[in-house]
Design a protein around this ligand. Structure first.
Ligand SMILES: *[C@@H]1O[C@H](CO)[C@@H](O)[C@H](O)[C@H]1NC(C)=O
Ligand SMILES: *[C@@H]1O[C@H](CO)[C@@H](O)[C@H](O)[C@H]1NC(C)=O
Length: 421
């Protein structure tokens, strides 16, 4: 890693959470909030969290998927528990899940993931990607609540199989589902503990310091910019439900304050096909842009930066001699990239730390990827661009709050749950 970025990383802050008041480690039935610690696996660039599940409880590592409908775990291997309950076809949990399929008979010995008359869903490894059928059930889980931890006895999840683990980081046996669905992890946490329907996401580029937190938190030290969360009416899954993913309304892209020419039709979500629009992803490593948007952004960025290009390094297109790029407080001194939202004064500004990727000692690249002409979603804001930003997903208000430059203002390190929920 070259020195500008390395120096900069020392500024990076660590998303730890402190409760304002709790000095006792006693577990209350109604915690102020819940925390999933998140670390980045540096060999795969996956964001990984850990919960405890089953009876007796065992740690379960999960890749973080922000837009998925439900938690899924591999039940085919090393799944031992005395508290698993299958969700029967037409049961209340089955209806809640919007399942449209029922496994009437499983032909091998009964075990979690193989039971008769069980509600079927389709867990997906969105990283590989690969999707299979799976079955809905519940088991106990334990999550951190700051000083202590809390248990949810019947937490709904989907049993997947070993084949679904393809390309996941070592030791990972499932994926989170943090999307907009009745059986998503946030929905179950909110209803189990009566929490306000919002959660925060703070991914870190360092291997151990991110977190996802649920409930009311004190954002007084974190000036958030807000934009409406949009719903894509067409889901990728087999249900007729809207997509569980989080979309926002990008209306223009500015580089160094100058508008980049993009086809506005690509920026809105097409109601009939679900194509177009902008979503936030924790499974894409880098922001993926539809081909014409990518080309326009790359062209404008190269022109504004005005540093000679070097040979491209896949998957990136525009790469530079990093010795010729200065260092600013917010990373490499490169043109800002603004995703303009509902008005020209409301934008998600991407600074050098989030736009550039150091690929070798002397080469850094614009960390955006060309998604081709057939991309379903025109702009997928990926992990590298989300890191060190605080995102607040408020499902009650249906809005996204975001606070770039978290590393500079030390927001995550000073994060607090509100004294009163
Ligand atoms: C499912 O039901 C069939 C028929 O009643 C039975 O033979 C079989 O053992 C059951 N399988 C499981 C996994 O419970
Ligand atoms: C999509 O649907 C929304 C809500 O029903 C509507 O306001 C909007 O105009 C529609 N957009 C298009 C492009 O048809």
């Amino acid at each position: 890693m070259a020195s500008p970025l390395k120096n900069f990383i020392h500024f990076f802050l660590i998303c730890t959470i402190h409760f304002i008041s709790s000095s006792t480690a006693k577990t209350s039935t109604r915690p102020k909030g819940l925390i999933l610690p998140v670390y980045k696996d540096l060999s795969t660039h996956q964001y990984i969290t850990e919960i405890k599940q089953r009876t007796p409880l065992v740690p379960v590592k999960l890749a973080v998927d922000l837009g998925a409908e439900f938690l899924w775990v591999n039940c085919e291997k090393d799944f031992t528990t005395s508290s698993y309950k299958p969700a029967l076809c037409n049961s209340a949990p089955c209806k809640l899940s919007k399942s449209i399929a029922c496994t009437t008979e499983c032909y091998s010995a009964a075990k979690p993931g193989c039971t008769n008359n069980t509600c079927a869903l389709f867990p997906e490894n969105t990283i590989a990607p690969i999707q299979t059928s799976g079955s809905l059930g519940s088991d106990a889980i334990e999550v951190q609540s700051g000083a202590g931890s809390v248990t949810v006895p019947n937490f709904l999840f989907v049993c997947g199989s070993t084949i679904l683990l393809d390309k996941l980081a070592s030791g990972v046996t499932g994926m989170t589902g943090l999307g907009r669905a009745k059986i998503s992890m946030p929905s179950q946490f909110f209803s189990a503990f009566g929490l306000r329907r919002k959660f925060g996401v703070c991914l870190s580029s360092t291997p151990s310091k991110g977190s996802i937190f649920f409930g009311e938190f004190d954002s007084s030290t974190a000036p958030l910019t807000h934009t409406p969360l949009l719903t894509n009416p067409v889901s990728l899954s087999s249900t007729k439900e809207p997509s569980a993913e989080y979309f926002i309304g990008v209306t223009a892209i500015h580089i160094n304050g100058k508008a980049v020419h993009v086809n506005p039709a690509l920026l809105s979500i097409k109601n009939d096909t679900g194509h177009g629009g902008t979503k936030i992803s924790t499974v894409d490593k880098y922001t993926v842009l539809e081909a014409s948007i990518y080309k326009a952004v790359e062209h404008a960025f190269v022109k504004e930066l005005n540093v000679p290009r070097v040979r491209s390094v896949a998957p990136f297109g525009a790469c530079f001699d990093s010795k010729k790029i200065g260092t600013a407080y917010s990373g490499p001194a490169v043109p800002t990239i603004d995703l303009v939202l509902q008005s020209k004064d409301v934008y998600w500004r991407i600074y050098g730390a989030n736009s550039m990727v150091q690929v070798s000692k002397d080469v850094s690249c614009l960390g955006f990827v060309d998604g081709g002409v057939d991309s379903r979603t025109s702009i997928v804001i990926g992990g590298h661009q989300v890191e060190e930003n605080l995102l607040e997903i408020d499902l009650k208000a249906s809005q996204l709050g975001f606070s770039p430059l978290v590393y500079r203002k030390q927001i995550c390190a000073n994060f607090k749950f509100a004294a009163k929920a």
